[in-house]
Design a protein around this ligand. Sequence first.
Ligand code: PAF
Length: 281
Amino acid sequence: MLIINSVAELNKHISIARSFGKSIGLVPTMGALHEGHISLVNMSVDENDYTVVSVFVNPTQFNNPEDLEKYPRNLEQDAELLQNAKCDVIFAPSSDDIYAPNELNEIFEFDFGGLDEVMEGKFRPGHFNGVVQIVSKLFSFVRPDRTYFGEKDFQQLAIIHRMNELMGFNIQIVDCPIVREESGLAMSSRNERLTADERKIAANISKVLFESLNFVPNYSPAELMQWVENEINKIQGLKLEYYEIANTKTLQTAESWNEPTVGCIAVFCGNVRLIDNVRCS
Ligand code: PAF
């Protein structure tokens, strides 16, 4: 396994792999890898001849400087996990390798078609501009056949599908299921920042989400949103930011169970902001 830091070096190795007719899988990450990430890498290794995993904490997608500063970083440990998972290349650039100085101060413009106006986009203004900015760069550098994203970031995945279409990348985007801890807590790099007590409290998030499914279709989406809000607010140590039952394609609030729906939640557990989601219909 190679660890590559520069775009020029990455280009060289991608060209060599292509010249041997190898199919290429890309797994974009911000490091602090856990089993959820490794499940994406395993899929890529199974389905492609050559797997590139990017490890880059992208500054342009953080709207909160403290969140960026506290984001866990551990390349050595990540490299060990990726070596065991049979990854071929880790692409771990610095910000200077990726961005010209002016790019860090300018908002990357993209036509989200309204997908960014709700949920994460509403509460983290500019977040998805940064995500599209970095993912489009990674797609251009690697030009993979397939790329793997986790469904935990449901809205991100919807936006990446749109970006792939609008920008004409024509890459196969593989949606990968959420991987959960034994307690049901969705795996996330941010879980590392939870204390042992907070981790127990955070397990209630998925518990409430799964329990809510028992009320479909007897409650309307609006009633179920209220139910989840009440249940989360009853739990000491959790602070709800939003719970939204949305159409899986438009991400707008669902009116009925006749459309495909997903319940998306963002909750603070102490200072740590966690997201999760569950398919409702
Ligand atoms: O999901 C993430 O970890 C990040 O948003 C991504 C896709 C790697 C872009 O920085």
